[in-house]
Design a protein around this ligand. Sequence first.
Ligand code: EPZ
Length: 417
Amino acid sequence: MAEYVIDGGRRLNGCIEIQGAKNSALPILAASVLCRGEVILNNCPIISDTDTCIKILRYLGCSVYRDGHTVYVDSRQIYRYDIPAELMREMRSSIVFMGAILGRMKRAEVSLPGGCELGPRPIDLHISSLARMGAEFEENHGIISCSIEKGIHSADINLSFPSVGATENIMLAAVCSDGVVTVTNAAKEPEICDLADFLNKCGARITGAGEGTLYIEGVKTLSGTQHIIIPDRIVTATYMAALSVCGGRLLLKGVSPLQLRGVSNAFEHSGLMTDYDTKGLHVSAQGVPERAGLVRTMPYPGFPTDAQPPVMAMSCFARGTSVFVENVFESRYRHVSELCRMGANIYVQGKVAVVEGSFDMSGATVEAKDLRGGAALVVAGLGASGKTVVKNINYIERGYEAFEENLGNAGADIIKM
Ligand code: EPZ
């Protein structure tokens, strides 16, 4: 398994082009299954999760060609409606293909996404919502088969939790139907808006994206289109956390203020200086962050759960104590034990983690256990004195494009072994 070897304590200076958002690219690649014309996606990040999406699309019978950050998808010859378990296992969010395949093929067969790094990943909201729209489900030995023999009909759906994946699956199943589907308490993340923008460019009739109540008026078919994926706000927050512990100045290109809604308070608290102009986000830091204060993860526009691990890593170096409350996932503290190997003082009780900043963070050999937790260990290694080895970086490469190149070009001493 590949690993990063980091010699910490170097300042960062330079410019980083922020990649397209993983959590926008994945549902939009899945949505291309619905399109009866060529889809051209620009700013699609080169990461293992998009590679897995491309494998799934090709398995279904789509022709897919990637040219750098541009992906061309033609789904006109699609002929399969199932996703093999080995492909489902490669990527947690492959469940978002269920709605798209159902919408196009009127049936779908996917395996249950295994419980994993962030605790159980139930899909009860996905299933109950699609069932309200007319889908019929069967589950055998972990395989879910669903069909809409009589088509998707109108439905009013209220989500008990603004689940991102469930909101996406509802959109993808409803967009080509004879009904009108209303979703209240829908997820409002920027990635939901990007998916709705993409679908509307293909001829869909979706309104209310980002506002909490979605209206999806079904249409007969969707055309192809060209679309630029929005920048990745979590990758942006990760580089900001790295700068906070290293000190220096970075220009994060392509970032807009919308990207930082929810995380800006924590970074302002920590003393990171930010300024926007047409080039992007200019950030500067002294290298000894102030404490992040109280960080409670919430659905958008609250503090994003995906930014919790890197911001916690930053807090390990801060003057003072920070308190984290993880309200979105059941167990998203698997990076804590690894940070403690580096000298962090972190106390976890249920959803709450108390981080006492320390000036003695030192390099160690640590293991990534999930995507954002792995990125947090890199942030800590960059700020710690001495050598850090981060193992199992395959987790990190699921969502961070050119991570070590970008950091190395900005002055960090980080190599992939
Ligand atoms: C998406 O996951 C993101 N993944 C996650 O990013 C992100 O952390 C999460 O949304 C929250 O913002 C992608 O977009 C590919 P949810 P998703 O459904 O859709 C519970 C990353 O690091 N829930 O909003 O799986 C669930 O257990 C990843 O990039 C149910 O109970 O998140 C969790 O506690 C990690 N039943 C909470 O809702 C359901 O049917 C949020 O889940 C669905 C979800």
